[in-house]
Design a protein around this ligand. Sequence first.
Ligand code: 13P
Length: 252
Amino acid sequence: MRKLVIANWKMYYGPVKAGAWIRAFRRERLPKDLDIGVAVPHVSLAAARSSLGRAGVPLLGGQDVFWANDGAYTGEISPAMLKEFGLSFCLVGHSERRVNLGETDEMVAKKAAALQKAGIQPVVCVGETDAQKKKGETLKVVRAQLAACLQGVKGDGAARPAIAYEPVWAIGSGKPCSPLDAKNVHEAIREVLVKKYGKASAQEIRILYGGSVDPRNVAEYVSTTHVDGVLVGSSSLDPRAFGMLCRAALPA
Ligand code: 13P
């Protein structure tokens, strides 16, 4: 399976800054065998759509979505609307949304299933908090999140899900999860996927690691068993650092 690197711009770049990032990123040399995506804020989708492909980023993504295709849901954005922008994927259940907006596993499952219906790949984010890790509950928490977040989500087809394991304590902390710990969690995630979808489909589902990934540590993750790519926050904000990270992920 080709490795996948996704930049998550979070709430940083509006259309003007998005345009500047993309122009700068065009100068970066990128490995041909690497899949690269950027999850952009909704308001920057129009700016990104027209130029991201030319900058060597074929996969345009969103950071959130609502589960209905239309209706009286003020402020929300539907899967059909995202599809109009040609989105390939969309994050769902990022821990920042769970913490700041009370997003539940049930909501995440509805969003993921709705994205699939629109032909957009959901990237389902799971991960334990620091307190849960300290209590030794990592695998229990991640398994429970997966079971709930994948309710009604299909395991095959072009819009098959990807899973992002992002331990909450590792996000933006500069303290990444060790590759060995990530391997163990990813292995457990793969087991859940095999049970739910069967071996053939489960092997096609990418499991990404996210949390303080940078150009220096990315190669270690990407070469770890069951780590099919990375989801990158801080180190994706500087286009040169992100270019460096992509090259380090798959050295020539
Ligand atoms: P950092 O790379 O800044 O730790 O963020 C990770 C993340 O939340 C990506 O979704």
